[in-house]
Design a protein around this ligand. Structure first.
Ligand code: DOR
Ligand code: ZN
Length: 436
């Protein structure tokens, strides 16, 4: 049994944001109280040994749930695999991750869903929930067997990495997914408008002479999908929203009652197109980083609830790939191990976003939208949780990363404020930044 004393509990699911004593037993939260005595605790322990943690000055919150990670297994294990990715997750404060389906082969049938789920269980770190593709072979034309895949453990459907260009296919997907109750996650990117662009079209792309991707490549598909979700009454989740125009469209659709949720990635909240350097592909990401105005609109959207969630879009690639010339390097940032601390440092510490909102957006609302067991420290809930120390300092070094990937913009940067203990179902899986 664990007894965390005087820890600042942040649990928006129960509107708790105050120092508490927390008891964990049999993998579950047993009790949260303003203070407990030795007598209370030994009565509840019923003979079991009690490990005590002095929580003063630290935060405890439900484990983060990341609805957008690329774990690359099967097929591209040189970039990442389910074991390394789920270890990186718990190092970063995530206790549940949803694995994207654009692997090789793509996850378009039940046997593959079961494979990913079992690999996650074998790894034994974060809960790994597979996302299935929407279309067979991710070819954008024929729908997968959604009900069968749900039975195998699919948490959602997405052709992420690729847009579903055919509007009728998208309409049918939203219609059929209703039978499963699972959301369709849309990677909104009009193929023709995006062309072979390398970064967001604007002053910065012009100055660097790099081919641009207009913001409209995203927002025209956001608009299309919102209209289709409204018409079908389907359940839509919009991945990695990156433009002010998209935020505006989502805000209006929500006001009309469309069943839509949206996510934003930490890098779109922290960086903008002006941060990109021609000789460094680390910020080459899809959707591309927008303007400063886009970034402000995303922060505002996250604050007012237009954007429901934060998600990493952890996209690991090898150094050999990321050190190619800008035009040839793949899109993506690996972020599971740094995302929470980066958001803390760049948004919470300067007062742009509250820690309560971060926990709500990265744990409570993903659990709610995807129907997951988690996102709360209510008594009886699984003890998936994070102890966060706002004073802990660390320089991000390649040697310390447990992900196989090194494509993070934070290498060499010093962070203050890190997750220092992580439990999955009451089992300690990370302590003092070491994965156990
Ligand atoms: O930057 C990205 N990388 N965006 C995506 O949509 C796909 C992802 C990947 O799979 O590498
Ligand atoms: Zn995507």
């Amino acid at each position: 049994m664990w007894w965390l004393k005087e820890v600042a509990v942040i649990d928006p699911s129960q509107t708790i944001s105050s120092p508490c004593d927390v008891l964990i037993k049999d993998g579950k939260v047993l009790d949260i109280a303003s203070s407990l005595t030795e007598v209370d605790v030994s009565a509840k322990a019923q003979g079991e040994a009690v490990e005590t943690i002095e929580g003063k000055g630290k935060f405890l919150f439900p484990g983060l749930i990341d609805v957008h990670t690329h774990l690359r297994e099967p097929g591209q294990e040189e970039k990442e695999d389910i074991l390394s990715g789920s270890r990186a997750a718990v190092r970063g404060g995530f206790t549940t991750i949803l694995a994207m389906a654009n692997t090789q082969p793509v996850i378009d049938k039940r046997a593959l869903i079961e494979f990913v789920r079992l690999q996650g269980e074998r790894a034994g770190y974060a809960h790994v929930l597979p996302i299935g593709t929407v279309t067979k072979g991710m070819q954008g034309s024929e729908l997968v067997e959604m009900a069968d895949m749900k039975e195998g453990g699919a948490a959602a459907f997405s052709d992420d990495g690729k847009n579903i260009q055919n509007a009728e296919v998208m309409r049918l997907a939203l219609e059929y997914a209703k039978l499963t109750g699972l959301p369709i996650i849309s990677h909104c990117e009009d193929k023709d408008l995006a062309g072979d662009g390398l970064m967001r079209r604007g002053l910065a792309s012009g100055r660097m002479g790099l081919r641009g991707i207009p913001g409209s490549a995203e927002s025209v598909i956001v608009g299309r999908d919102l209209i289709l979700a409204e018409e079908t009454r389907g359940k839509l989740h919009l991945a990695h929203i990156s433009t002010a125009e998209s935020v505006d469209l989502i805000r209006k659709a929500k006001a009309r009652g469309v069943d839509v949720t949206a996510e934003v990635n930490p890098h779109h909240l922290i960086f903008c197109d002006e941060d990109i350097k021609l000789n460094d592909t680390v910020l080459k990401v899809n959707p591309p980083l927008g303007s400063k105005e886009d970034r402000e609109a995303l922060i505002e959207g996250l604050k007012d609830g237009t954007i429901d969630m934060i998600a990493t879009d952890h996209a690991p690639h090898t150094q050999a790939e990321k050190t190619r010339p800008f035009a040839e390097a793949p899109f993506g940032i690996a972020s599971l191990e740094t995302a929470l601390s980066a958001v803390w440092q760049h948004l919470v510490v300067p007062g742009r976003l509250s820690l309560d909102r971060v926990v709500e957006a990265w744990s409570v609302s993903p659990a709610k939208r995807f129907g997951l067991n988690g996102g709360t420290l209510k008594p009886g809930a699984p003890a998936d949780m994070v102890l966060f120390d706002p004073d802990y300092k660390e320089v991000i070094k390649p040697a310390n990363l447990v992900s196989k990937a090194r494509n993070t913009p934070f290498l060499g940067k010093s962070f203050q404020g890190l997750p220092v203990m992580v439990w999955v179902e009451g089992r300690l899986v990370q302590k003092d930044r070491m994965v156990l």
